[in-house]
Ligand binder design. Sequence first.
Ligand code: FAD
Ligand code: FES
Ligand code: MG
Length: 297
Amino acid sequence: MFKILHAEFLAPGIKRFRIEAPRIARKQKPGQFVIVRIYEEGERIPLTIENSDPEQGTINIVVQSLGKTTNLLNSLGTGDHILDVVGPLGKPSEIKQFGTVVVMGGGVGTAMAYPTAAALKQAGNKIISIVGARNHELVILEQEMRAVSDVLMITTDDGSYADKGFVTDKLRQLIQNGVRIDVVLAVGPIPMMKAVADMTRAEHIRTLVSLNPIMIDGTGMCGGCRVLVDNKSQFACVDGPEFDAHEVNFEVLVQRNRAYRNQEQQSLAEYRRAHESQVASREAEANGVCAAQGVKQ
Ligand code: FAD
Ligand code: FES
Ligand code: MG
């Protein structure tokens, strides 16, 4: 069992957890992830280690509520426990002095890009970060990204904060303005990573993406996370999750990620029904107690 020492919402539906995991905290390197299982019959899901503190023996994860398991995880709070946290898994990011690195984070992808951005900054690179979200409320880790960036740009799809538009608009501007870019790291939704890859391919800018295929064991045994890179099968959990964006077959990734969409929607609907009936019965119980005590509702 792994104790949650602290949990806080960073944005609606996005929660950061600090978890007691001393062995993982000692070994973690930027770009690596853990596989989490919340209860005995629960599924395993991969989550990037956003930060770690080897002295305190803690790791941070940032979780966006999407389906059943992430909703269940985000219903946990400080003092609760997670059954299994396995890691650190995956190849660490390549950290060396490239020159100028553009780090792009879309949505919760910002939390996944952050540890690599911090390590690249420490290695002496100039970091231009571009953080994007649908709206102001969903912009996460602004202070943290600012602290590790020479330049931080923010975009929101609806213009409710900073500049209206997409992260790719900012990348296009940088390229058009002739800014020297040695490497781009893009982490976020698949359409965003594909759009970045298409833009930088023409400019011959080395581009890395962190892929998010379905993972089960995280150790190269189950084949669940198979991706097509340079026309060869690779397992993202052991060969990645970072790959050369110009070699990734994003169409296959999209198709494979959709494979269980019906079952995922069904289990989310079941989870919501069970959750709502639990809330309703707690409310009924509370109302009953209040009524019995003659308290006005
Ligand atoms: P579901 O409704 O079951 O699925 C929703 C979608 O999530 C699916 O269509 C599929 O595309 C994807 N998915 C489902 N099951 C899995 C699975 N076992 N493994 C991977 N993807 C799955 N999310 C975060 O919020 N924060 C992170 O830091 C983070 N890091 C990740 C690191 C890696 C290496 C990978 C591969 C994924 C990461 N994700 C992260 C995505 C996260 O694992 C999925 O959002 C989560 O598994 C969805 O589970 P669910 O049951 O809530 O949703
Ligand atoms: Fe099973 Fe990668 S998650 S092989
Ligand atoms: Mg699921």
